[in-house]
Write a protein that binds this ligand. Structure first.
Ligand code: ZN
Length: 387
């Protein structure tokens, strides 16, 4: 093989990618005060290379998968300033590999072994003018960002890297907030607030409260409502909330044929993605009604069913204080709490519950985050809590 030609071809493609990336404005978050930004990708076991992620964007392997290699470079490097962004990986079973740079893959694309840790650093004059901060997703949460050659991740603990986050700041600038500013501490209690039947005009009040308290929730949305509240759905995703499915028209799964269920799920997914949400990873069966036949269809659709362990009956009582009392008297670590963002009284209850649960030490996480830390979810199975 002619490696020079391959290298040249890679450079050409990379240059095109970088120009594209620059033109869509991913050259760095202005809050981090750097004109220069990192650009990077992960090799996801079983899937392949991710797309290129711009500075401070999280790159995550899919559920159950992990990272076996990374590659990275810079956008907007000041002309005439020497140096590169270099990176080193600890590949399980092999230890630390050599430093690489300029999008050269580091790790392995042909192994089942995960990365365990990552280091990144600037060389040349870049090192005198910039800091690079990075974090890995490991054991269900993002590690605290480290910088300039420090180790992100653990060595020899059998913990794998499931994601990568990188950002560049001016030398000595304020330490940036980590990935989304959100990580879950697996040693602390957590609950998943879930909201069904929306979105509605009350949903933004719940999002305001989540944002103010650093929490997330999972929204099981009725597909035919989504287009009318597109900006709300996008904001859910931007805040790290889960945008999940409650079918297209709130029809009981147990009364639908396989074809009807699949169509309903596909239509809902398309509406959520079109609104700027993430493709649903779970379904809440309307009415909580699920049987073996509908579970088998969900298995084909690659989706788990998510039910609940605390039922507030908020849709029935329409009484905020009643909803608050139920939750605060019943809540336990690992609960999935059922509410409905279709009603004003439920939003009012959420505005009290979100800060109060946070004050009591509960991390407000998504169902997916909690599941990931506590055994995961399988398509076609139904889950009511993660205790
Ligand atoms: Zn419902």
């Amino acid at each position: 093989m002619d490696w020079k030609k391959i290298r040249q071809a890679v450079r050409t493609v990379l240059a095109a990618v970088l120009i594209c990336a620059a033109s869509v404005g991913i050259t760095g978050d202005p809050a981090y005060a750097a004109d220069m930004g990192a650009v990077y990708g992960i090799y996801e076991h079983g899937t392949g290379w991710s797309g290129y992620h711009g500075d401070s964007k999280t790159a995550r392997a899919g559920t159950g998968s992990y990272v076996t290699a990374i590659r990275a470079s810079l956008l907007g490097q000041p002309e005439g300033m020497s140096g590169t962004l270099s990176y080193q990986v600890n590949l399980s079973g092999s230890g630390w590999l050599s430093w690489q740079e300029n999008m050269t893959p580091n790790g392995s694309t042909e192994t089942d072994m995960p990365l365990e840790a990552v280091r990144m650093a600037f060389t040349g004059q870049l090192a005198e003018n910039y800091d690079v901060y990075y974090s890995v997703y490991q054991n269900g949460s993002w590690t605290t960002p480290v910088k300039n050659g420090e180790t992100a991740g653990t060595e020899g603990h059998g913990l794998r890297v499931d994601g990568l986050w990188v950002t560049v700041t001016g030398k000595g600038a304020e330490v940036p907030e980590g990935p989304n500013g959100k990580s879950v501490d697996p040693t602390r209690p957590m609950v998943a607030l879930t909201f069904d039947d929306g979105p509605s005009k009350y949903t933004p009040r719940i999002l305001d409260s989540l944002e103010a308290n650093g929490g997330r929730a999972t929204f099981f949305m009725v597909g035919n409502r989504v287009a009318s509240y597109a900006s709300t759905v996008k904001r859910m995703a931007d805040l790290g909330c889960e945008t999940d499915s409650h079918t297209w028209a709130h029809t009981y799964l147990t009364g639908m044929s396989e074809g009807e269920i699949l169509q309903s799920l596909n239509q809902t997914r398309d509406a959520i993605v079109a609104a700027g949400g993430n493709a649903p990873k779970g379904v809440r069966p309307p009415g909580g009604k699920i049987n073996d036949a509908s579970k088998a269809v969900l298995a084909k659709a690659g989706m788990p069913s998510i039910v609940w362990s605390v039922d507030t009956l908020d849709w029935k009582t329409r009484n905020a204080q009643h909803t608050i009392d139920i939750v605060l008297s019943q809540v336990q670590d690992g609960d999935i709490i059922l509410m409905h963002d279709l009603y004003e009284q439920s939003a009012i209850a959420a505005e009290t519950l979100i800060p109060e649960l946070t004050r009591r030490g509960y991390q407000l996480v998504t169902v997916g985050e909690m599941a990931e830390l506590r055994g995961g979810m399988a398509a076609g199975q139904s889950y009511g809590h993660f205790r």
